[in-house]
Design a protein around this ligand. Sequence first.
Ligand code: SAM
Length: 272
Amino acid sequence: MQRPPVGVARTAVLIAAARANEQRHLRRLFTDPLAAGLVEAAGSANDLNGVRTLAGDHFVLRTRYFDDQLLSSAQPQVVIMAAGLDTRAFRLQWPPGTTLFELDLPDMVEFKEDALHDLQARPHCERVVVPCDLREDWPTALIQAGFDPKRPTAWLLEGLFMFLPPDAGDRILYWVSALSTRGSTLALEHVNREFRELPQMRPVHDRFDTLDARWQSDVEDPVEWLAGHGWHATVTHQVDLAAQHDRAVPAITDPRKVGDARIWLASAIHTV
Ligand code: SAM
């Protein structure tokens, strides 16, 4: 068995723990039969319980939001950037012929492949893993793994940008756009500066600092940021998302409690 995730990769265990916990909900937002086994293999995420409590239902609402975006875009290629312990290849019903690429740091990919093998997981699509550092030349690694820039693609960037310096995030968006045909789709999560600076977030930053997983960037207007790269984007507010799924708005995203602080959930279509 490979070494359990360390450093920034441990944040993926936190999200998987939230998805595992959701399976106990009577009206769960999605089914993820692998999450609990992956968390167990990683040695639990109890040290990050405080972060999960603060997030409330945010992680599971965002999971459902991105599930819906990816399935409705129905592209022949799907690229999940910083996939962590994401199990969408195994738990969503993909159209026949879908190829799904998962990118993450090499140690993380190795650990996950080992754990999935032990759990006897079988994907519902052609699944290709691409170990790489997204601050380096990941486009070459992705193309060498079989990605075809001429085919329309659905990109997912969930729980990634805030961990990267602004220039690295910009470079990723540049390359995602350069590798996207017209009609490709993209879904992302990011935060604004007010969110990063919320007093409630201080213990989270302190905890993440111990993992060497400091938040390093934010974006004031994701629609404008994406438009600059040829994307037409729509932002969904957690108030609407929670109402749509009959859940309470997570306090950390409730404007009555956090004002203009935002965790952005955006989806976009490439128009050039
Ligand atoms: N997207 C997954 C999810 O929502 O379950 C995982 C999100 S987790 C918060 C952050 C992920 O980003 C981790 O899996 C970590 O390994 C990955 N990551 C952080 N920096 C990275 C980098 N420079 N290159 C590749 N992956 C990175």
